[in-house]
Write a protein of this length. Structure first.
Length: 272
């Protein structure tokens, strides 16, 4: 058994929404977690540690985007050994992180497990060199299909699964496409979180299979939002809303104002 005193207990848990932008979209999840741990130390945040021979900071991540994908809606939860004002943590952590890892929102964890609030993601996919007409026809064929089997290499080997069933919505964003600075097609899609996960690149594989859509250059993918899925509307809800709703009245007003300021971006230019 390890010798020495037991680690200090967790007094408070804070939930953090952060963005992964620009060149940082190519950073692996492991490197991002290391950057967050360094930023926590630099900011003087009193993070809790696990017990054992190799203590680790109590920072957990939920629904992390894949390497190469930008995101406006990444989430982590951090356990602290002393109370900390959410705004102080947001400012301190944001200042200590590299440009491109940006802290957008921090609330105190008060309701349920964070992962349970992340049921689906909204994505924006920019396809350079593809005409809107070609992309629109491919999307229509994809959405009309009952099942589209795709194959991908996973940690457990090569797997075949249905990419169509997880897609709640997929459409051509004509306004964003018209406003773009070059010929391209911009798609927006809402994809349910499943096992195995259906990723935007799986949807693009499906578009190639049903309609021969083959962009001449790699797509630019940005996650715009994660949250609980409203089955009646197909919309996503803010996963931090339950924590705000159980906060004291004064805190709710302040946090709601912050959430409005940090609302989902239009995001055509979310990644260069």
């Amino acid at each position: 058994m390890p010798e020495g005193p037991a680690p200090a207990p967790v007094i408070q848990r804070l939930r953090v929404r952060y963005a992964k932008r620009g060149r940082l979209r190519f950073t692996s999840h492991r490197d991002i977690s290391r950057a967050v741990e360094r930023a926590v130390r630099r900011a003087g945040i009193q993070v809790a540690f696990s017990a054992g021979f190799t203590p680790h900071p109590k920072i957990s991540y939920a629904g992390a985007a894949a390497t190469g994908v930008a995101s406006e809606a990444e989430y982590l939860e951090i356990g602290l050994t002393a109370p900390c004002d959410p705004d102080r943590l947001r400012t301190g952590l944001d200042d200590a992180l590299p440009e491109g890892l940006d802290i957008l929102d921090v609330v105190e964890a008060r309701a349920g497990a964070l992962a349970e609030q992340l049921e689906a993601s909204r994505w924006l996919v920019r396809l350079d060199g593809v005409t809107p007409e070609t992309a629109g026809a491919a999307v229509a064929a994809f959405m009309a299909a009952d099942e589209i089997e795709v194959e991908r290499l996973t940690k457990k080997g090569r797997r075949t699964f249905d990419a169509r069933a997880a897609v709640i919505a997929c459409e051509l964003d004509r306004r964003a496409t018209e406003d773009a600075d070059a010929q391209c097609a911009i798609l927006r899609m809402v994809v349910r979180h499943t096992t195995p996960a259906v990723r935007p690149d799986d949807v693009l594989t499906g578009l190639r299979l049903v309609a021969g859509l083959a962009p001449p250059s790699p797509p630019l993918v940005t996650r715009l939002a994660q949250g609980a899925l409203d089955e009646s509307t197909g919309e996503l809800t803010d996963p931090l809303a339950p924590d705000r709703q159980t906060a004291p009245a004064g805190d709710v007003a302040a946090e709601t104002a912050d959430a409005v300021r940090n609302a989902e971006p239009d995001a055509v230019g979310a990644q260069p």
